[in-house]
Design a protein around this ligand. Sequence first.
Ligand SMILES: *Cc1c(COP(=O)(O)O)cnc(C)c1O
Length: 468
Amino acid sequence: MRATLPGRVAPGPLTDDGPVTTRQPRSARDLSLDELGADPQLLLTWDRDHVWHPYASMTRPGPALPVVSASGVRLRLADGTELIDATSSWWTAIHGYRHPVLDAALAAQAARLPHVMFGGLTHAPAVKLARLLVEITPEPLRHVFFADSGSVAVEVAIKMALQYWQSRGRPAKSRLLTVLGGYHGDTFAAMSVCDPVNGMHQLFSRVLPRQVFAPRPPAGFEAPLDEAYLAELTRLVEAHRDELAAVILEPVVQNAGGMNVYHPGYLRRLRELCDEHGVLLIADEIATGFGRTGELFACGHADVAPDILCVGKAMTAGYLTLAATLCTAEVAEGICAAEPGLLMHGPTYMANALAAAVGVASVELLLDGPWRRRVADLDRWLRAGLAPAAALPGVADVRVLGAIGVLETHAPVDVTAVQRVAIEHGVWLRPFGRLIYTMPPYVLDEAGTAAVTGAMVAAAHTLPAPPG
Ligand SMILES: *Cc1c(COP(=O)(O)O)cnc(C)c1O
């Protein structure tokens, strides 16, 4: 059976008869999870009535497909349809779903200790994961703060930078410099360094701190360095050096802000400028970390070490939410040397033991496996599979780096229409803006990659040519 995206059905009250369902339970307690999962009509009715989805309207919700299980690279829908997840669940599920090693790590930890508060207590999963992160990230990073999501890891990174300069007696150094086209999360400080248009800054202009924005880095991993752009970066850092706490950006690939791939030389120059002018460098590798771009961390393309590094997403392989902010001994000692002598942050679920145990298993699975070869294979297959789209009138650009493949379109895409075409090809995509992209699990094979690129190209065929 082939899945179709359901059209919008008018939401009804709790007791509404709604669309054809066999039963009309009034309370969630009337149904087990299995029973609710087996009744997709009721599930979707309750979903529309009660559940807010990401970046969505509650009163005019878009379609949602009910997923009942997942295995390997495939999602299984309630109607039996199987779809290759070409997004790895927002770039997390790098090893595929229900990997036996990860399942076992989760079960073993659940049987021992699911969670315990991290204030004054500690445990092996957190300590081992911290040690692993320090071992695989650039040399001077030595200390790890566990956060419960990527956005919070970015908040903590910013807090570290501000507290560092406070402690050093330079409280005026409290602004951040970033580049347009970035994405760093949806909490407020993180939002202040997101692209102002994508991040809808005008909605929050009364509360968002005003940061310093450099233009978007010129596109192209291999394009020659743009001297005028380098000069603009230099000018901005020099002009704002006395008020800048840190520069924050996504190394080499800007992800949710526009899937822009840029030359590592710009990152290298920013590192030099930060050193020269006494500004910290924060690398947000929440999307690019753990091999996605072909290096274990994208900073590796530029041979640059940040002062503060954020990781998340793939760290726990799509199982549980966990992120981390790493910093150098210099940053940690700076923060802790002066009053109050501590970092003012501590999430309730900090260093959750289940998540940390899966994180350890995921990182070890990555390091023990041929991730570099797999990502290089995906890079090759994506380039070959997406190349035909370059000639299509609706397509402005085709770009690939590592396990990231992007079709940039001339006009904003009709998300539901693209998804419908992709589903016909057995593929799950989640386009946004003018981008149809894939970030597949690293375990996707050549035939699976061909299905994904085939779906993307087929969707691109349906796009209108630019006017004029
Ligand atoms: C996803 C993402 C975040 C936010 O992470 P959440 O876990 O969604 O809060 C921050 N920075 C980058 C680069 C991301 O891709």
